[in-house]
Design a protein around this ligand. Sequence first.
Ligand code: PHE
Length: 358
Amino acid sequence: MSIDQLQAETLAAIAAATSPEALEAVRVAAMGKQGSITALLKTLGGMSPDERAVNGPAFNGLRETVTAALAAKKAALDEAALNAKLAAEQQDMTLPVALPAAGSIHPVSQVMDELAEIFADLGFAVADGPEIEDDWHNFSALNIPESHPARAMHDTFYIAQSPPDAKLVLRTHTSPVQIRTMMAQKPPIRIIAPGRVYRSDSDATHTPMFHQIEGLVIDKGITLAHLRWTLETFIKAFFEVDDVVLRFRPSYFPFTEPSVEVDVGYNSKTGKPAGAGQVDKWLEVLGSGMVHPRVIEACGLDPNEWQGFAFGTGVDRLAMLKYGLTDLRAFFDGDIKWLKHNGFSAFDLPSISAGANP
Ligand code: PHE
């Protein structure tokens, strides 16, 4: 075969290769150990100097031409492969993103936040106290006598290892935070205290642990009218019902005098607070009253100088009523399905201020 023919055939084979593998086979056939061009080059060794002077440049020219053609074809095939890959891996930027599974805010936490926001708008700070309380803060300072049934073992969880000078209890209400606040800071005082409380109680509407928010105002010249306005304002804002109907009933707590219980009117069909005309049921939502002079005195303040009001409300009940939840016990079961359904998005706190300042 002539050199020209060999070159023409090899270049044709290179041009015809459609994959890197096919091209490699062509390269091996021509330039590999047993390759046709390699064999041709080997013949140079057996030639006379004159023959070599003629054939050497021709053979080498052939080798260079084929080597260049192989390189060019390889570059072309690589580029085609890259383009194909790019086309295949193209991403649709308009597809919705798969978000990671998100948790949700428990209705009780949600309601606590809502309440804190409403009361912040009314100028109340948030105060805190321990859940393991001594019986002085939980009972005695609140004018709850030794004989009061709330002190009985079957109502209150006592801590067995109490120090000799103080009986420790799981606080039965958030009212001890009233005492701690009055002892720790000078009036005027305007605080709320959200938190867990404990009672030895368990049925469909009672759990041994539940949540309260305490409110306390101590100042000069505070009257029942301030209490009433504050409670009405907060309940309207919380339920986002402007004509919500409240019932103020005389009641009794050792630490307030006079004492008032407040019921919210609701519609039994919707299970939610309603305006006048739609109300056919009442739910007691809080206890309140004017702080008893003895409580003010127990905290080292002069009851002739300082007066105030206090209230305590069940957060869980408020949550049930506002969001139409029926089973109190489900609140504390930790059932993911229930939480998914009844929880709130962390990024979707309803604007409470909008409710407080319509
Ligand atoms: N501590 C009372 C309760 O748990 C509620 C209350 C608080 C009543 C403040 C009056 C004043 O029932």
